[in-house]
Design a protein around this ligand. Structure first.
Ligand code: MUC
Ligand code: MG
Length: 382
């Protein structure tokens, strides 16, 4: 029996990273991404790192960067002090008994535990989930969300030329339905069969809007409609899914295995966007994917626009899923002006290489973290 690993130290920090351009979503326009990093050291001296990231403060979901840090520092750390950190399932169960919800905070902590375990065992995280990796490379979509049709087309052409992305997700739901669809259709016309074009409405429509929008998007040759209506409007989402040929992908409506089961059972989606943050960690996300598999639902590897640590963690999980029909959108680090990993993740030929080192297989650039951490830069934030 291995010795128990107790908590030697833990630090959580908010890091604010500027985006390369404004990222326009239905509920927020991002100019920077605020991530929460966790660095956790066990009694054996091994450090694990994790990331908990959301989008647009509190406009995407129930957790903010500040709330994620508070939940970890105030409520999760005391639980960790009583756990054997080498036993991740038991540790996460103990956290679950003391902390309800707060799935992104839980994901950040579990990621750090998995990173440390992988380093301890000398194995990549993808070997510690399910039965190990199924694939070494992951197709990666890019989101066109500059807010301007011409600029989005130019951006897509540049990505195709560079062989970086040939799947594009467009953020809509902010403007009138016909205006949004005209923007999407113009981009699809320009790209033709060279790219798959999908949309994410981020809950921006009601059922009537969605009926019109989905019919028009299908005629325009769009492949997928992500979260058209509120995550709570399950019955409406199920009616839309039954009425339209264009598939609905659930995103915000998946908050872990129980919700995934409910979405699957009610026929409210034909594709799941699996996210480690939204599920409450890598193992919980694996359970969401298993439910999709059992229900005949397709899988896509989603992102909360994490930086390098969360993106690497997601990559390890997605590498371990038995099917991944719709690829991934693990482009988070590419949306940021600067890299906080000592060695950036490798994107080439329309895909991301899954890191191969022990644990997450990534190392932080300490100078960059020191430069961007909020407690150093807070006076400049508005
Ligand atoms: C979302 O809702 O899927 C993923 C890509 C992107 O641009 O935003 C995210 C969030
Ligand atoms: Mg989405």
């Amino acid at each position: 029996m291995p010795d128990a690993i107790t908590l030697a130290s833990i630090e959580t920090l908010i890091v604010d990273l500027p985006t390369i351009r404004p990222h326009v979503l239905a509920m927020a326009t991002m100019h920077r991404q605020s991530i929460v990093l966790v660095r956790l050291r066990g009694s054996d001296g091994i450090e694990g790192i994790g990331e908990g990231t959301t989008i647009g403060g509190l406009s995407y979901g129930d957790e903010s960067p500040e709330g994620i840090k508070l939940a970890i520092d105030t409520y999760i750390v005391p639980v960790l002090r009583g756990c054997d950190l080498g036993r991740i399932t038991a540790t996460m169960a103990a956290i679950g008994r003391h902390v309800k919800g707060n799935v992104i905070a839980k994901c950040a902590v579990e990621t750090a535990l998995i990173d440390a375990l992988g380093k301890r065992l000398g194995l990549p995280a993808s070997h510690l989930i399910g039965g190990g990796p199924v694939r070494d490379r992951l197709p990666v979509a890019w989101t066109l969300a500059s807010g301007d049709t011409g600029r989005d087309i130019a951006e897509a052409e540049a990505m195709l030329d560079a062989r970086r992305h040939d799947i594009f997700k467009l953020k809509i739901g902010k403007r009138a339905v016909r205006e949004d669809v005209a923007h999407v259709a113009a981009i699809k016309r320009a790209l033709g069969d060279r790219a798959s074009v999908r949309v994410d409405v981020n809950q921006g429509w009601n059922e009537t809007d969605a009926d019109l929008g989905m019919a028009l998007l299908q005629d325009a040759g769009i492949d997928l409609v992500e979260q058209p209506v509120s995550r709570r409007a399950r019955a409406a989402q199920a009616r839309l899914s039954a009425r339209h040929r264009i598939p609905i992908m659930a995103d915000e409506s998946l908050g872990g295995a129980a919700e995934a089961f409910d979405v699957a059972a009610s026929g409210a989606a034909r594709v799941f966007s699996v996210k480690i943050a939204q599920s409450g960690g890598l193992h919980a996300a694996h359970a969401v994917a298993t439910i999709a598999g059992a229900a005949g639902i397709g899988l896509y590897g989603g992102t909360m626009l994490e930086a390098g640590v969360g993106t690497a963690a997601s990559a390890h999980l997605f590498a371990s899923l038995s099917t991944l029909d719709w690829g991934t959108e693990l482009f988070g680090p590419l949306l940021l002006t600067d890299e906080i990993l000592a060695e950036p993740l490798t994107y080439r030929d329309f895909a991301l290489d899954v890191p191969t080192g022990p644990g997450l297989g990534v190392v932080l650039d300490e100078d960059k973290v020191a430069h961007y951490r909020r407690d150093r830069t807070a006076p400049n934030l508005h």
